[in-house]
Design a protein around this ligand. Structure first.
Ligand code: UDP
Length: 236
């Protein structure tokens, strides 16, 4: 399937139309941003690593019965996916305190949470993606009540599948962000966007070394190596 017209360019991906109205191509870029786009840079070969990493995760989730937008990876950086109407709510799942949760609750980074914690953020760059709750989602009609129920259930299931898979690879899944969308042709909810070191916190289980975008955010060095290491472990 050929890329036709560029429909949208985001911070880390470009989206293209195809000859089929229901399918789009996601092209993963090497560009990296952090802190609401204030920090900008490039991570060598990130596009290639993330396209493959995300495809591996989405295939794993499909095998476990999670509906996702994945159709197939086309080449190193291009992935063919089902076109979705993205619900403007980012779902963050957390197993270990880090980042904004550690700050909000005054927890030391690395504190294990007694149970997975789910959070919602309003996907709106102008507002800086504020944290919201289910009442905000309902009053702003960002998602229907029954859609939200499906999303919550899927998010916990996805967390279970990923934790089990990653534990075996000596990777702690600290937290991650998910986006869901509706396929207008069947009205069903599918997992969209990506699952990669850009959108997850991965720590080496033994050394607790960060193997994700925090290396870029916090100028820790060895950024490319971290993405490459994650891909290597997923394929092992
Ligand atoms: N995250 C993301 N996109 C965002 C915000 C967060 O992919 O716009 C991911 C982030 O990589 C981490 C998790 O969601 O894995 C939780 O992020 P947090 O709220 O701690 O924010 P941060 O500290 O990254 O600003």
């Amino acid at each position: 399937m050929e890329k036709l017209k560029k429909l949208y360019e985001g911070k880390a991906k470009k989206i293209y139309s195809t000859e089929d109205d229901d399918k789009i191509v996601v092209e993963y870029k090497d560009d990296a941003t952090a802190f609401d786009g204030q920090k900008k840079g490039q991570i060598t070969e990130k596009g290639k690593f993330n396209a493959e990493i995300s495809t591996i995760f989405f295939e794993l989730l499909e095998e476990h019965g999670i509906p996702t937008h994945l159709i197939k990876q086309l080449n190193e950086v291009d992935v063919l996916v089902k076109k979705l109407e993205i619900i403007p709510v980012e779902v963050v799942m957390r197993n270990i305190a880090a980042g904004s949760l550690a700050e909000r609750l005054g927890l030391e980074e690395g504190t294990e949470l007694d149970q997975p914690v789910l959070e919602f953020y309003y996907k709106d760059d102008d507002l800086g993606d504020p944290m919201i709750n289910e009442y905000h989602i309902q009053t702003e009609e960002l998602a229907k009540e029954e859609e939200l129920e499906v999303i919550k259930e899927l998010a916990f299931e996805i967390n279970e599948v990923l934790v089990e898979f990653l534990t075996d690879k000596d990777i702690d899944l600290v937290d991650f962000k998910l986006e869901f969308g509706v396929d207008v042709t069947d009205g069903k909810i599918y997992l969209g966007d990506e699952i990669s070191p850009d959108t997850c916190r991965f720590w080496d289980s033994k050394t607790k070394k960060k193997l994700d975008k925090d290396r870029f955010r916090r100028d820790l060095g060895e950024v490319e190596n971290a993405y490459q290491e994650i891909l290597k472990r997923l394929k092992s």
